[in-house]
Design a protein around this ligand. Structure first.
Ligand code: ADP
Length: 487
């Protein structure tokens, strides 16, 4: 089967800020099971290297304009047989913390330099010019940090096929024109048919213009980004490329996210033993210092505290929490203003609301296991993983009808309840009123435990496995390869 080089800026469990990391390990693992010869390539962040046991230098590259060598290190993705190539250039990647921001949450000032260096190194590996004796057939690029790879490859006489996956169009890698010049990129790439976007350098355009195939992480998001509402000014370009643009929904890594085996959770359970789930509810209520009360509907939220995720809607819901028979727990980090407002409300409503500000993998699993329902009022959502995890954990998702949320959750209405297909609560508009109505509908459904358990079981029985999605990716690789053969 094809040789795939999977280029990404994060991969679980090496380094993670969001869903991209989950996809960047689970998809390669699924592809490997389907006999693809796949290698991941990642910047050698200090944090990521900590988790690698045996690491060896396999190549040294000289990149134009860069003093010294860029090293290619090789290790294995933990708990797998997948080779990971790390691009090491210490001034760029040997620093603490987040791949994209400093401890205060400000983007690293040299992000353009860091990720263009990464893209140049990926291009060298892709062209088999670093002495690895391994020529990939397809380079699978992910998000703006890898966007220059298809652009640079387009300048080569012969090259592998390219697929560019958009995990979130809101993040585009935009920099001033001066940065384009400072990076020493070929002048031919400065054009509105290439990397220029309103006089700025756009990394993501490198993927959107030059990749042989483009996909997003859900079919609905692939449609939405062709509209002005979700396209960020790129909708015209995406419409132009629509014959090469598809959507493939993400899956769940069942080894990591499975309530019957999850090492992080208090008590294991499955769809036949739902009473054991309620022990997890007691546990998480206690962990969040809320009254332990099985009869209260417990809502959870896990995620980045940014506008995309509809945090303002959650804050508005909180102002009315005393009128509602619910408790709410939030785990997340992000915008300082949201963090502060949530902490203040936790002090105001200690019997009904609490939050943990920060990133905590174990707690995320415990919330999925312990909450009755999971809130995802995102204003846009390319795929969303938490609603998939919550379906799997019998934690009923309450979602805005957008992107991957609309593609994966079936609203509990008269028809779907009668057909026993309902898996969650879906609301149409991202407004305070619509969210409040959805929560009231959830309260009513929860009051009828017979119906509620049916919804839980439907969710637990829905299958979002990576094998299915990986097969679709293999098809896409073949389409990309066929289009290169025609060049
Ligand atoms: P996005 O990629 O937009 O952040 P997704 O729903 O696709 O959103 O994926 C988010 C992933 O990150 C999930 O695996 C979720 O559990 C995890 N996550 C987000 N915030 C936190 C946090 N504060 N602590 C632990 N895990 C988190």
């Amino acid at each position: 089967m094809s040789k795939i080089l999977f280029a990404t800026s994060e991969a679980h469990p090496l380094i993670k800020t969001g869903g991209l990391a989950d996809v960047s390990s689970a998809l390669p693992i699924a592809l490997k099971t389907l006999r693809c010869d796949i290698r991941i390539i990642l910047p050698a962040y200090a944090e990521a290297l900590k988790n690698i046991k045996r690491l060896k230098t396999v190549a040294n590259i000289i990149l134009p304009g860069l003093p010294g060598y860029v090293e290619i290190l090789q290790g294995k993705l933990p708990n797998s047989n997948i080779k990971v190539l790390f691009v090491q250039y210490e001034p760029a990647f040997k620093r603490p913390g987040n791949p994209y921001t400093d401890a205060q949450g400000n983007p690293w000032a040299d992000n353009a330099e860091r990720f263009s260096l990464f893209c140049r190194a990926v291009t060298e590996v892709a062209q088999n010019r670093v002495g690895l004796n391994w020529q990939p057939d397809v380079i699978h690029c992910n998000d703006w940090q890898t966007g220059l790879v298809p652009a640079l490859l387009s300048l080569e006489q012969t090259r592998p096929a390219t697929l560019f996956t958009i995990h979130n169009l809101a993040y585009q890698g935009l920099f001033p024109h001066a940065t384009f010049q400072a990076l020493g990129l070929p002048p031919s790439l400065w054009s509105h048919n290439a990397l220029e976007f309103h006089q700025q350098l756009s990394f993501i355009k490198g993927g959107l213009i030059f990749a042989d195939q483009i996909n997003t992480v859900s079919p609905r998001y692939a449609e939405e980004i062709k509209t002005a509402e979700f396209g960020y000014g790129l909708e015209g370009l995406l419409k132009h490329r629509q014959s090469a643009l598809t959507g493939i929904v993400n899956g769940i890594d069942d080894k990591l996210w499975n309530p019957a085996t999850d090492p992080h959770i208090h008590k294991h359970y499955d769809s036949q033993h739902l009473t054991d789930k309620s022990d997890n509810k007691d546990y998480i209520q206690a962990a969040f210092k809320l009254p332990i009360d099985k009869s209260k509907l417990l809502l959870g939220f896990i995620g980045r505290l940014v506008e995309q995720k509809g945090i303002d809607l959650i804050l508005s819901l909180l102002t009315q929490i005393e009128q509602l028979p619910i408790q709410l727990i939030v785990l997340g980090s992000g915008d300082t203003l949201f963090e502060t407002q949530l902490k203040t409300l936790a002090i105001k409503f200690p019997r009904q609301f609490n939050c943990k500000i920060g990133y905590d993998e174990t707690l995320a699993h415990q919330i999925e296991a312990g909450a009755d329902a999971l809130l995802m009022p995102s204003r846009f959502e390319p795929c969303g993983l938490n609603q998939l995890y919550s379906l799997h954990y019998g934690t009923v998702p309450i979602v805005h009808h957008v992107g991957g949320l609309a593609d994966t959750v079936i609203d509990a209405n008269d028809k779907t309840l009668a057909l026993n297909q309902a898996t969650g609560i879906v609301f149409k508009q991202p407004t305070n009123t619509a969210l409040l109505m959805a929560v009231n509908r959830t309260i009513a459904l929860f009051a009828n435990q017979h119906t509620w358990k049916k919804i839980m079981r439907n969710g637990m029985n829905s299958r979002f496995n990576w094998r299915k999605s990986a097969l679709q990716y293999i098809k896409l690789y073949k389409t990309a390869l066929a289009s290169v053969a025609k060049i």
